[in-house]
Design a protein around this ligand. Structure first.
Ligand SMILES: Cc1ncc(COP(=O)(O)O)c(C=O)c1O
Length: 384
């Protein structure tokens, strides 16, 4: 059977996060700080809009690009909130989450062998999706600079003549984000070297200490950026599978072609719910953000007290503490913590073998759970 599998797919590693979480399945009383999704349910008015759309009989396909009403709503929202102007007619596409947007963007622009820069540690899909598109991922290890990409490093990697870079901020798994000034420097360099910026801003709304800057708002960036965002994280809508892509119309047209033949359109129920999210959802986003911020304070100080040194994440809902002081490697730490204290975290190796001295902790879990998890971790550490 194995010979039937494409060589490209055969050599691809399954997600390290999923592999570890198969261990958690079937265990009772586990506090899971593993999966990267909000513990909140989608706010009620958004759920109600989805239900109501079904009651009204909206069960058909939509335009491939997505409901015009949703594209228009998003276009207005982006203009009012960020001063970003995208035409709902030909510069926007509704996608099955940022995941599909990323896949489409890469497949739309990559020719076999094109190089794509990926600062790491990163969201686990970037490398595999680049390879599936025929591209060659070039990983930039950001650890020497406190998990931040610097202009110096970026310039160095441009010598490899990449076609594109995938930027993600706030970053999964480190929570690192960038100020407008830092992003402006990246932008100038990318424009100068004609490197396309594919930017994943799915955690943009969850930026805690300064304003999030959409990359496309930087001078001259709009025509060199594929802007990917979605409803999964900020509106607690992971299961609805809805996101959007904005960009130059030629790129959006190319992405739409692939989307047309593979997906057709995002489910209409999710699109109707997303329309409501834009109308009434902002209040809930702000409330959830406040709650994540409270949790961040608890988790970061709790982890540092335990000797799991971590800096304060500027966004998203992850902490990425170091195990160096503990002297244990990430897989052993995560397995033993799970077995002995029933707390699940993600070993750093899920983000590449270089991150074996780190674990990822998601604080998208109640304060109560987080307090209990920290106290179980304290017990665990006493015993090693
Ligand atoms: C950085 C990042 N991008 C994209 C995704 C997937 O987003 P979506 O649900 O919109 O496909 C995730 C999910 O964890 C993520 O962490």
């Amino acid at each position: 059977m194995k010979e039937l599998i494409s060589k490209k797919v055969d050599k691809m590693q399954p997600s390290g996060i999923r592999a570890f979480f198969d261990l958690v399945l079937g265990m009772k009383d586990v506090i899971s700080l593993g999966v990267g999704e909000p513990d909140f349910v989608t706010p009620w008015p958004i759920r109600e809009a989805g239900i109501y759309s079904l009651e009204q009989g909206f069960t058909s396909y939509t335009s491939n690009k997505g409901l015009y009403k949703l594209r228009l709503g998003l276009s207005r929202y982006l203009e009012i909130r960020h001063g970003l102007k995208y035409s709902p007619d030909d510069e926007m596409l509704i996608t099955v989450g940022v995941s599909e947007g990323l896949d489409l963007a890469l497949r739309a622009v990559i020719n076999p062998g094109d190089k794509v820069l990926i600062p790491i540690p990163s969201y686990v899909s970037y490398g595999p999706v680049t390879e599936l598109a025929g591209g060659v991922p070039i990983y930039i290890d950001t650890r020497p600079d406190g998990f931040k990409l610097t202009t110096k490093t970026l310039k160095k990697y441009l010598e490899k003549k990449p076609k594109a870079i995938i930027l993600n901020y706030p970053t999964n798994p480190t929570g690192v984000s960038y100020t407008r000034k830092e992003l402006s420097e990246f932008n100038k360099i990318l424009l100068k070297h004609k490197v396309l910026c594919i930017v994943d801003e799915v955690y943009g709304d969850l930026t805690y200490d300064f304003e999030h800057t959409p990359f496309a708002t930087l001078p001259g960036a709009r025509n060199n950026t594929v802007y990917l965002d979605g409803f999964s994280k900020s509106y607690a809508m992971t299961g609805w599978r809805i996101g959007f892509a904005c960009g130059p119309k030629e790129i959006i047209a190319a992405m739409t072609k692939i989307h047309q033949y593979t997906i057709m359109c995002v489910p209409i129920t999710s699109q109707m719910a997303a329309c409501e999210a834009l109308v009434s959802g902002r209040k809930s986003v702000e409330e959830m953000k406040r709650e994540y911020k409270r949790r961040r304070e608890l988790v970061v100080s709790g982890l540092n007290d335990l000797g799991l040194i971590c800096s304060k994440p500027e966004g998203a809902f992850y902490a990425f503490p170091s195990l160096k002081k503990i002297g244990m490697k990430s897989m052993q730490f995560s397995k033993e913590l799970l077995q002995k204290q029933k707390v699940a975290v993600v070993p750093g190796t899920a983000f590449g073998c270089d991150y074996d001295d780190y674990i990822r902790i998601s604080y998208a879990s109640s304060l109560e759970n987080l307090k209990e998890a920290l106290s179980r971790m304290r017990e665990f550490l006493k015993g090693i």
